[in-house]
Design a protein. Structure first.
Length: 129
């Protein structure tokens, strides 16, 4: 049994398969999930687990070179906008429709129980060397 880190076996296994340049969509409970990418659905109840908890857990395990989120997050969900700015200095903001379109190319989708709007980000994996 793992001692620490992500304990969910489906998520831990999916993360181990990612490579440089692969993308991971971390999304709220309301984000439409495209067919195609592998999905690990962590949503349990509205707000559980939160977007912040899942994002922080993923950032502790992954090398991330950048991210993409919806520009609408700044107005509709200032708390998520602050979190994204703090955690991802290399963050691009694009229209939400673009985030949805780009999510079809993600290697992995991690759905949270977040119930606030626009708590979604496409993480771009980096390399540790």
């Amino acid at each position: 049994m793992k001692r620490a880190g992500i304990l969910n076996r489906h998520l831990a296994g999916a993360l181990a398969e990612l490579g440089h340049g692969d993308t991971v969509l971390v999304c709220d409970a309301g984000m439409p999930i495209p067919s195609g990418p592998r999905v690990v659905d962590l949503a349990f109840r509205a707000g559980v687990p939160s977007f912040a908890e899942v994002l922080d857990g993923l950032l502790a395990e992954l090398v991330v070179e950048g991210g993409t989120a919806a520009q609408e997050v700044r107005e509709a969900n200032p708390a998520a906008a602050r979190l994204l700015r703090e955690r991802l200095p290399a963050l691009d903001l694009v229209p939400h429709e673009d985030v949805k379109a780009r999510s079809a190319g993600a290697c992995l989708v991690v759905r949270t129980g977040e119930a606030r709007p626009y708590a979604n980000v496409l993480l771009r994996c980096g390399v540790f060397f």
